[in-house]
Design a protein around this ligand. Structure first.
Ligand code: MN
Length: 167
């Protein structure tokens, strides 16, 4: 099941060349988040949230916003294995994502259920294209909303922005 979820992740990588984790099919508690600074062909930050045994992932070119007045583009990427939350290192040049990966922040997150959009699970919220969660990290402590673009050809594009918890 997990392996199937990671098919795209595996297809993109040659594990003889990259030291990234293959994924061992296990969960580490269900509510981990990580933001990795990925200095690849274009510097970006990868936001990953643990949902049902994998890390749901987005590349955020401008980074996860720190203030309330910024809405940043977040491009949904393939699910990553749970172990990726601990990954730091150099992906060889020429390989997928070639460059350095550093953990920028990590910790636990909490799914926030909005009264006006009562999606019971993160999976349901992902399917709806509307998420709300609180990050409990060192650099990032705050509530965030993510909304998926509605246009058919932009389906992997989301916006991420900071919100007040009670909104
Ligand atoms: Mn990346």
């Amino acid at each position: 099941m997990i392996i199937k979820k990671l098919a795209t992740y595996h297809a993109k990588r040659d594990f003889k060349k990259t030291s990234e984790p293959k994924g061992e099919n296990k969960s580490i508690g269900g509510d981990t988040f990580v933001i990795q600074k990925h200095n690849a062909s274009h510097l970006h930050y990868d936001l990953r949230l643990e949902v049902n045994g994998v890390l749901k992932s987005w590349a955020v070119p401008k980074g996860v916003p720190r203030s309330y007045d910024q809405k940043h583009l977040a491009i949904e990427t393939e699910d990553h294995p749970i172990e990726y939350a601990k990954f730091e290192g150099t992906i060889p040049k020429g390989e997928y994502g070639g460059g350095t990966v550093k953990i920028w922040d990590s910790g636990k997150y909490e799914h926030i259920i909005s009264p006006n959009k009562p999606q019971k699970t993160m999976l349901a919220a992902l399917k709806d294209g509307s998420l709300k969660f609180k990050l409990n990290g060192n650099k990032y402590k705050g509530t965030y909303a993510m909304v998926r673009f509605k246009q058919e050809n932009n389906k992997n594009q989301w916006l991420i922005y900071r919100v007040l918890k009670h909104v």
